[in-house]
Design a protein around this ligand. Structure first.
Ligand SMILES: Nc1ncnc2c1ncn2[C@@H]1O[C@H](COP(=O)(O)OP(=O)(O)OP(=O)(O)O)[C@@H](O)[C@H]1O
Length: 762
């Protein structure tokens, strides 16, 4: 038997083991639904009959033992369900690599690496989880002396073999032995594959630099910077899977918060964790997160709206609020109002005042003045609750209550003829009815007290904004007049129960310092993707809310598409004095060398060394005389589907939604049928050709990209937008220009692209 035949046989045996375990768990699930007694009787019969490979179960005893071990391992129905999902994925691709090694005097061992572990009937390990410490030998070890660490100890082994497999649908397609890193051809093979509407995992080809990020369990705060397509998102998701495994004794998916820039992107990455055998971690945008904290207002996220992204103009007020300056002033502000107390409001029912704000302030002043504001407010709340209950007692004595109660009692006795009509019973019922009547009337008041609505938060927020120093405003170039005007707008918005995201954040932070807000404290790991578009104030709030949580931030300053204040420049201030581990990823796995070289010319940052993994065609710039000619060329080119291109996913990326809409109307009916216009983050990519504006395309990737209409609409300041568009392409990039020339394309090196001049063809 040669090596290939050996591996094929091993693969078949492994798949049968997987199927057997799956079968066994399925049966266990069924049995769980029956009674304990039936279960005991039936388990043996059922499951043994279903065993497909006779030799597998040598005896009932052995089988029962194995079953017992499985039961112990996957105790709950939920764990069984999860394991069965994993087994289904494993039945297609049980493993992707094999390592052989020898530990000191021991005999050589062979381990296969997969998305989860698998044991045979003797409980011997057949497949090891890629996240197990020893699996690191595959990602980092070289043949010969190699090391791995487990439980803070380092073990030396003699690494004898590293073999990679390509297995699909249970079939061994190829295998290759490699000495050092993951074999280049193997990686290239994977990178050459066409893209898919949903991101794939990279478990079989994780690169050394990515592996360090994924397996870092010591850094509390981590910042990953890297060029477009260097696998930041991939590493981040693999890291989540790794941490869920590493901390499996206590970490649950609901303790992981994953922030993504928009819903379209969330959908794109949603299958990665399930494909690794993990439950999906619900991805959220910061807006949806904040909305839960500020439920009384509808949050508008103008920062992510297209106009702003396109105008490229900074909105100084928004910039100021999204930075750390204003947020940092909340605590001192709250300290400054503690003596006098916050702005109170009358407690009213239907316009009638029951407790005046002046009275509330008096009671506030009686609370212990050495305590911080939020504790004094808690004491005040207790006092108010008592007062409201006193008011209720007084109310119960009023004539309307007596009259309504008498009516009710008549009704009660009429409807319940058998009811005990003794004097005592009637007295008891009357008391209850009176109480209920008063309670109902006072319900709005009790709610106001329990929700701390005796404080006028909207007014307080406005007061906070008003006292911001002129110096602070000046720093951001904001005149006092402009500031005042913006405050008026906020007032109006809040009256309409609306609030801008940057205000909602500050408003919530203010609330949090005035009374004890019950925000969920569960998060232990926070992940932020595309951090270049995540303002510092947002990260700071997360840090305040979850002080124990570890944070992983990743992004690329070069793909900053919103003209906002960015976290990247505030890292030092944000993590003031705390250690932040920084990682850099400098190889692009997405785009070919040619596309990367072309796109790099639009970078504004001082750059790191960059490498790429693959080669392809140079990007093509198509110069057309007018729009119709450009559309015709585009439609023709889309039709030209050679065999390879037939499977490709294509994006036509416009600078604006408007331009995308316009292009769509110019397309022929047949092109329209085959393509999908995406203009909102709430849509999903369904077709293989999408027409999409730049700000929605960030983070996504396509086999082929057409940058639509790169003319005078792209100014010299739009470099980063253009960079983001160009780096969405994996294999082919076309830049379609018409109208006046764009200053962007003026100074680029002619050696980095090919050109097609349609004007000459007229
Ligand atoms: N180690 C790897 N093995 C195979 N493919 C990889 C590897 N690392 C990254 N890739 C692939 O490269 C592409 C880009 O990865 P990813 O989207 O994670 O990069 P990114 O840095 O987040 O990009 P962007 O900055 O554009 O958002 C994906 O198709 C991903 O599968």
């Amino acid at each position: 038997m040669n090596e290939r035949q050996y591996e094929e046989k091993h693969l078949a045996q492994t798949i049968s083991l997987i199927e057997n375990e799956d079968e066994m768990l399925k049966n266990q699930q069924k049995e769980l639904q029956k009674t304990m007694q039936n279960q005991l009787k039936e388990v043996t019969g059922n499951t043994i009959n279903t065993a497909t490979e006779e030799s597998f179960y040598e005896s009932v005893v052995e089988y029962r033992q194995h079953e017992h071990e499985l039961t112990l391992r996957y105790q709950t129905a939920e764990a069984k369900e999860k394991r069965m999902n994993t087994l289904q994925t494993m039945a297609q691709t049980p493993y992707f690599a094999r390592i052989d090694f020898k530990e000191e005097q021991e005999t050589a061992e062979t381990l296969y690496l997969g998305i989860a572990s698998l044991r045979d009937k003797k409980d011997d390990t057949i497949i090891i989880d890629w996240r197990a410490p020893i699996a690191n030998l595959y990602y980092e070890g070289e043949l010969g002396e190699a090391y791995y660490s487990a439980n803070k100890e380092t073990f030396t082994v003699d690494l004898l073999l590293k073999r990679q497999f390509k297995i699909q649908k249970g079939q061994l397609l190829s295998m290759v032995d490699t000495s050092e890193m993951i074999n280049d051809d193997f990686l290239l093979d994977i990178l050459d594959e066409t893209s898919s509407p949903q991101m794939k995992n990279i478990v079989s080809t994780i690169q050394k630099a990515q592996n360090r990020i994924i397996r870092d369990t010591t850094s509390k705060y981590m910042v990953i910077e890297g060029i477009a397509g260097s696998g930041k998102t991939s590493a981040l998701l693999q890291r989540i899977a790794f941490l869920l495994y590493h901390h499996r004794n206590w970490l649950d998916v609901d303790q992981v918060l994953l922030f993504s820039p928009n819903h379209l992107f969330s959908d794109y990455i949603s299958m990665v964790l399930p494909s690794l055998g993990e439950s999906e971690v619900p991805t959220q945008t910061f807006t949806t997160f904040l909305q839960k904290l500020v439920p009384n207002y509808t949050i508008r996220n103008a920062a992510q709206e297209e106009e702003q992204f396109l105008s490229g103009q900074d909105n100084p007020i928004q910039k100021l609020k999204n930075g750390l300056t204003v947020l940092n002033q909340i605590q001192p502000y709250v300290a400054s109002i503690t003596h006098f107390g916050p702005i109170f409001r009358d407690l009213k029912i239907n316009g009638q005042t029951y407790i005046k704000k002046e009275q509330i302030r008096k009671w506030y002043k009686q609370t212990n003045s050495t305590l911080p504001l939020y504790q004094r407010i808690q004491l005040l709340q207790t006092k108010l609750a008592k007062k409201v209950s006193g008011l209720q007692k007084d109310e119960a004595k009023k004539s309307w209550v007596r009259e309504r109660a008498a009516e009710k009692i008549d009704d009660i006795y009429e409807n319940n003829p058998d009811l005990d009509d003794s004097e005592e019973k009637e007295k008891q019922i009357t008391k209850q009815v009176k109480q209920d009547l008063v309670k109902k009337k006072f319900h709005p008041l009790t709610r106001q007290v329990s929700n701390y609505r005796f404080i006028n938060f909207a007014k307080q927020y406005v007061h906070f904004l008003k006292q911001l120093s002129e110096n602070t405003l000046e720093e951001y170039g904001i005149s006092a007049e402009k500031w005042e005007k913006s405050i008026q707008t906020i007032r109006q918005q809040m009256k309409n129960k609306e609030i801008l995201q940057e205000d909602a954040l500050l408003y919530f932070s203010l609330l949090k310092n005035i009374y004890p807000v019950n925000a969920e404290q569960k998060a232990r790991f926070i992940f932020i993707d595309e951090m270049q578009d995540f303002p510092p104030a947002q990260a700071a709030l997360l840090k305040q809310l979850f002080p124990r949580a570890s944070m992983t931030l990743c992004g690329d300053l070069n793909q900053k598409v919103f003209g906002n204040e960015t976290i990247v420049n505030s890292i030092d201030e944000l993590f003031n004095g705390e250690e932040v581990t920084r990682y850099q990823l400098t190889t692009s796995y997405r785009s070919t060398e040619e596309i990367t070289a072309f796109a790099n010319q639009f970078l504004s940052q001082e750059d790191q060394v960059q490498t790429t993994a693959r080669n392809g065609k140079k990007p093509l710039i198509v110069n057309s005389a007018f729009q119709r000619q450009a559309v015709d060329w585009l439609e023709n080119d889309l039709l030209d589907e050679t065999k390879q291109k037939a499977q490709w996913r294509t994006a036509i990326i416009g600078k604006t939604t408007q331009e995308c809409n316009e292009l769509y109307t110019l397309l022929s009916e047949s092109t329209k049928e085959n393509s999908q216009l995406i203009t909102s983050e709430n849509e999903f990519m369904k077709r293989s050709i999408v027409i999409i504006p730049a700000y929605l395309a960030k983070g996504l990737e396509f086999d082929r990209v057409y940058a639509w209409h790169v003319g005078e609409n792209f100014s010299a300041d739009d470099q980063l937008i253009f960079y983001t568009i160009a780096t969405r392409a994996m294999h082919e990039l076309n830049v379609i220009a018409f109208g006046q020339n764009s200053p962007l394309l003026e100074n680029i090196d002619p050696k980095t692209y090919q050109q097609k001049d349609l004007m000459a063809e007229i």
